[in-house]
Write a protein that binds this ligand. Structure first.
Ligand SMILES: [Zn+2]
Length: 341
């Protein structure tokens, strides 16, 4: 019996050497020290021993149980420590690793231009007005004194929903809306998308951005128009940029003019960019036609006003030296990523 007991002890300790998890230790405990474990099974045979042998074997069995229990407790403690060590190792943060950077969005060049232009005019005392992109033919053409047979009204030039509704072809209807709802003095700008049934090429897009300005009050003259636009040009393009007013013709202004500024590339000397003339056209303007004022219920004997409008895509292209308008609408990330803050 003694041999058997020692055999069990040997087997237990060598098995304990092998275990790697607390679960395996528990399995081993049940196998050897449990109710139907190896030790209990042997002790059932105590009855067959002699009187002298019985206490000695009992003593040995007790010793064994104690030492095995102790070994189990030690093993569990050891495993727990090892587990903790591994956890510490695995969860260690390497502060020398480079950080994970989040890609930053960028402001679209057209949006940048819009924001800067709005800032310039707000500083000059203008207020920002808004109007819908889906407009009435009345606001877009009739109220602006556009002749009934003007080519811009044609189906080939304008997107119509029905005979009286269209996608606005310029931001000028916002002037009509503002004059109808406000009494002079008026000093407003408006920015937004406009639509024309144009060809799509390097300089034309069926959707484009315009900015529009309107000032109405007593004694407003062409000199006010010139002063305002010259100040705007200086603020946006720099102190030494010169502007030139050229007579032009628009149905809604009289007199009308187009404004050219000195080429930002050659500063007036002439280059490929400006076609050798040294100047670039940037906007159209004029004194508001009395018929337009009257149409909006403003007394044209008492009040006068001036208006101007410009293509923002063109200005954006000039400022960032972009040679194709389609880049502004393609949403090509390679293009947009070049406009970092
Ligand atoms: Zn030039």
């Amino acid at each position: 019996m003694k041999e058997k007991l020692l055999e069990i002890r040997g087997a237990f300790f060598s098995a304990l050497e092998e275990v790697l998890t607390p679960q395996e230790v528990e399995k081993l405990r049940i196998e050897y020290l449990g109710k139907s474990g190896a030790l209990r099974e042997i002790l059932k045979q105590m009855g067959s021993l002699s009187k002298e042998e019985r206490p000695r074997m009992g003593e040995l069995a007790n010793e064994m149980r104690d030492s095995m229990s102790q070994a189990i407790a030690d093993k569990l403690g050891e495993l727990e420590l090892r587990l903790l060590d591994r956890k510490v190792e695995e969860e260690k943060i390497d502060i020398t690793l480079p950080g994970e950077s989040q890609p930053m969005g960028r402001v679209h060049p057209t949006t940048k231009t819009i924001r800067e232009l709005i800032d310039v005019f707000i500083r000059m005392g203008f207020v920002l007005e808004e109007g819908p992109e889906v407009e009435s033919v009345y606001n877009n053409f009739d109220a602006l004194n556009s002749p009934k047979d003007h080519p811009s009204r044609g189906l080939s030039d304008t997107f119509y929903f029905d005979p009286s509704t269209l996608l606005r072809t310029h931001t000028s209807p916002v002037q009509i809306r503002t004059m109808k709802k406000m009494e002079p003095p008026i000093r407003m700008i408006s920015v937004g998308r406009c639509f024309r049934n144009d060809e799509i090429d390097a300089t034309h897009s069926p959707m484009f951005y315009q900015m529009e300005g309107l000032v109405v009050g007593e004694g407003i003259s062409m000199a006010d128009l010139k002063g305002t636009l010259e100040e705007f040009v200086r603020q946006l393009f720099g102190e030494d940029t010169k502007s030139v007013f050229r007579p032009h013709n628009f149905p809604f202004t009289e007199p009308s003019a187009e404004v050219d500024i000195t080429c930002f590339k050659c500063h007036g000397e002439g280059c490929r960019f400006c076609g050798g003339v040294g100047f670039i056209e940037i906007l159209g303007c004029g004194m508001v036609h009395p018929k337009v004022l009257e149409e909006c219920g403003i007394d044209s004997e008492k009040y006068t006003g001036f208006a101007f409008g410009m293509g923002l895509d063109r200005i954006t292209m000039m400022r960032y030296e972009i040679d194709d308008i389609r880049y502004l609408y393609d949403n090509d990330k390679r293009f947009l990523d070049q406009f970092r803050r």
